[in-house]
Design a protein around this ligand. Sequence first.
Ligand code: FAD
Length: 472
Amino acid sequence: MSSSSPTSALKIAVIGSGPSAFYTSLDLLKTNNPQLEIDMFERNPCPFGLVRFGVAPDHPEVKTCQQRFKDTSEDERFKFFGNVNIGTDLKLQELVENYNIVVYAYGSGSENKLGIPGEDHPAVINSKDFVGWYNGDPAYKNLNVPLHKVKNVTIVGNGNVAIDIVRILLASPDSHWSKTDITSEALETLKKSTVENVCVSARRGFLDSKFTNKEFKELLEMEKEGIMFKGWSADHFQTFASKIKLGRIEKRRLQLAQKYSDGGQKVSGKSWELEYLQTPVEFIGDTSDPILLKETVFQQNSAIMNNDNKIEIVPTETLTCKKNELVILSIGYKGEPLQEFENLGIPFDSKRGKIPNIDGKIMREDGSFVTGAYCVGWIANGSTGNINSSVQSSAVVAATIMDDVEADGSLLDYKEGRNKIEQLLSERNIKNISWDDWLKIEQAEIKRGEAQGKIADKITDYEEMLDIAKRS
Ligand SMILES: Cc1cc2nc3c(=O)[nH]c(=O)nc-3n(C[C@H](O)[C@H](O)[C@H](O)COP(=O)(O)OP(=O)(O)OC[C@H]3O[C@@H](n4cnc5c(N)ncnc54)[C@H](O)[C@@H]3O)c2cc1C
């Protein structure tokens, strides 16, 4: 017999505390159902996912969404469980058993790989590590980037993350970074940096650039701070430019590149450039210094117009070498399944690094849905989309959940929910971080920042966060 009733509580577990987890929770809380209970589980003691550990320190306006996320904590139906890793501290099975609905919002935790010789050289750094390092992710605090020995950096991949990294490497530590929440360690390293030129390299052509015009323009305008755009490989583009019809966004990108390339000749000091139609095939170490590279070997590609008037990228036999002492791979993040997925019959698309779904409803290969299982954000869509797109997809997922609950009474069967989970955490002696604990940590960061004239000074040690949380 089903134990559901119209007044049954709807108990929802959300895994992750990035934008998609918070926006979905906020949308669910809007339903005014007094019987709703949302528990959010975050493996780190601190919330906000890539808003904290991804978004560049000089974009505080992007991080204002954190204020909006705080609204959840004012609702008694919501509870934050920081420092609780689903898979180790609590089994996924325990969430499935104790909640009516589980929302998977745990993001894309790994990085893509090129799979070429030299990729494991210490001077080939993944953007995930590099970004985590300057943003205070404890996992990367000992990265030791040898910027004091480097003149030329190549970034492989040309999305907005690559553009953020160019700013990090070239903007002035004193006038640009010192007041932001960049870590003190990263700031000190940047002060000693000898980097002069950054090349952003991509496999495809100019029109396929992954960065947005807004970020591109922001970087071009840093000309005022003495960071010069050395130009781009326009010659590749010109060969067929007259044959293609450009859209509004592409026209604007071209205008920007042309406008700022004009200053190319007077480049001195710090500069950056865009290179296209080349694929790295090998990283070659510097025999005189094991922590640096000597160069990167690229295979040149060619852009051709196919019979359907579409541009196709084809590899050529030509190899070129680019002198660079450091390479940062910015070729995208990748989602992974949680350990228990297979046992619990939760599908995963390993090729795309995402959970198969329709409007967030997790779908098996045969087209059937997994009851009570939903996903949102990067783990649902692949590592694409920004915080704004999370707003939209979260609204869709929250609406799907509420529609399904209305249509299927069994989704309201009695579940133990929060009480049981708190009991399990206590039995296992796991110190979970509550929202109030987090506010104490945040205040400590702001206070430390004030003393240094910064927005905040992030704590880069989880034990220290837990200590602060313990203080009354
Ligand atoms: C370097 C970088 C810069 C960016 N800059 C911008 C920008 O300026 N503007 C913009 O709009 N967008 C930006 N983005 C994109 C934006 O950060 C993402 O769109 C967004 O964070 C994705 O949200 P999410 O909730 O899906 O995942 P995430 O933000 O990654 O959150 C996932 C959370 O789940 C947690 N988690 C993972 N596994 C577990 C587990 N087993 N148990 C418990 N918790 C778990 C993680 O710790 C994390 O907190 C940037 C992205 C990157 C990588």
